[in-house]
Design a protein around this ligand. Structure first.
Ligand SMILES: [Zn+2]
Length: 110
């Protein structure tokens, strides 16, 4: 015990105190032992799930997918900002023309 740098093999351990009602999940080395943080009694391992040796967090792919979708959603705006000013004005004029042609003006109709 002590300064053992054995980080290669780790596992998700569910520990339960032998005395009180403490129970927790923690990631620790395979042969690690732990005392109850409440009453310092010895704990027993209820469940142990070996973790993959390669560190590939599951959240990464979800995060990347979210990023990708976010990029897709904001694509229109990003593209509009990337347009040259002349093209942007042209689009704006087309939009304005369409707007006013669809909705007849009241004040200066004539
Ligand atoms: Zn305890």
């Amino acid at each position: 015990m002590g300064g053992v740098t054995n980080e290669a093999r780790r596992q998700l351990v569910t520990r339960r105190c032998r005395v009180c009602e403490w129970q927790d999940e923690r990631i620790e080395a395979v042969n690690a032992d732990a005392d109850c943080p409440w009453c310092h009694a010895p704990t027993r391992c209820v469940r142990a799930v070996a973790l993959a040796e390669r560190r590939r967090p599951l959240g990464l792919s979800v995060h990347a997918a979210a990023l990708g979708r976010r990029g897709g959603l904001k694509g229109g705006r990003a593209r509009a900002e990337a347009l040259p000013a002349a093209r942007r004005r042209q689009i704006a004029q087309m939009a304005a023309r369409a707007r006013w042609s669809r909705r007849p003006k009241r004040e200066d109709a004539g």
